[in-house]
Design a protein around this ligand. Structure first.
Ligand code: BQF
Length: 291
């Protein structure tokens, strides 16, 4: 079993971006600029936004954060997005999800200028990716693919099983693993909450990507010997022995599953840090297009 050290790979990618920024600035350009919109006080969202802003600082990116009350109207939020769309000094921005219930996430996503949509959630970017055109690939699937590329994980002709069909992870992940190239050229199965006899499918997986949001859902009897297991789960489970009262657990029962794997990502320190690095990567691409 080899651990995929997402934290280390993310730091390498971020260091590469930092050097690229240095060169840009030496060449007389301004550094890439990312803005992050946070609505409300969800502690996990605050932590994610904090991690994104800090990663920007360390790589020499400019960052802006906009914080709105949870009671902001949808109209006012869409107006704020339009202001960012029109800002020539801004390369990309994201709206931290989830949003309060009175706001329609799809309306928000569709208001973002696709050229600044560094989360890759706009239908233009989703559609372009689906047909193999240049697009922003959202940070979680993009980060996973980048991690597999850098680990030289063999994917050609393999059976990749994805647990979960969300717009943010499962659906784009399936497209990326199916497309031509490396990582890619897989035979892909997407399993989800309505799939019958999930175990008969997951045990066929050469590559198993768990993104269902249930702590330690994947048990060793669901995994083929030698499989590559990518754990996308970030679940907070109560833990009185921790200072903050919880710990992070993935969708995979790591202790029991890892001995069966050729490669496995840990939680924390696996996919999570790659998402942050990949967001910066997308922002660099957006900045280069505006140069
Ligand atoms: C780690 C996210 C669910 C819903 C909205 C590092 C992150 C997480 C874990 C992180 C996530 C999850 C983010 C670790 C960003 C990943 O060391 O394991 C980083 O910051 N993430 C988000 O912005 O929105 C989410 C999960």
């Amino acid at each position: 079993m080899e651990l995929i050290d997402g934290k280390a790979i993310s730091l390498t990618l971020r260091e590469e971006l930092r050097i690229e920024v240095e060169e840009m600035v030496k060449g007389g350009h301004r550094p890439p600029h990312l803005a992050v919109i946070l609505v409300g006080e969800n502690p996990a969202s605050q932590a994610y936004v904090g991690a994104k802003v800090k990663a920007c600082e360390k790589a020499g990116f400019k960052s802006s954060s906009l914080h709105f009350e949870p009671t902001i109207s949808q109209d006012d939020l869409l107006k704020a997005i339009q202001t960012l769309n029109d800002d020539d000094e801004l390369d990309g921005f994201i709206i931290q999800l989830p949003l309060p219930d009175h706001i329609d996430e799809n309306a928000v996503i569709e208001t973002v200028d696709p050229t600044k949509d560094v989360d890759g959630f706009h239908p233009i970017n989703v559609g372009r990716m689906a047909i193999g055109l240049d697009s922003f690939i959202s940070a979680t699937p993009g980060g996973i693919v980048e991690m597999m590329r850098r680990m030289n994980i063999e994917t050609e002709g393999k059976h990749c099983v994805i647990l979960g069909r969300s717009n943010i992870v499962g659906a784009p992940m399936a497209m990326l693993m199916r497309r031509k190239g490396h990582p890619g050229n897989c035979t892909v199965t997407v399993a989800h909450s309505r799939t019958k006899d999930i175990k008969s499918i997951t045990t066929q997986a050469d590559i198993l990507i768990a993104a269902i949001g249930i702590p330690e859902y994947v048990k060793p009897d669901m995994v083929k010997e030698g499989a590559v297991v990518i754990d996308v789960g970030i679940n907070r489970v109560e833990d009185a022995s921790r200072e903050r009262g919880y710990r992070l657990t993935g969708d995979v029962a790591f202790g029991e599953v890892s001995p069966k794997c050729s490669y496995i990502t840990p939680v924390p320190g696996g996919v999570g840090p790659m998402t942050i690095a990949y967001l910066l990567n997308n922002t660099m691409i957006a900045a280069r297009k505006r140069m």
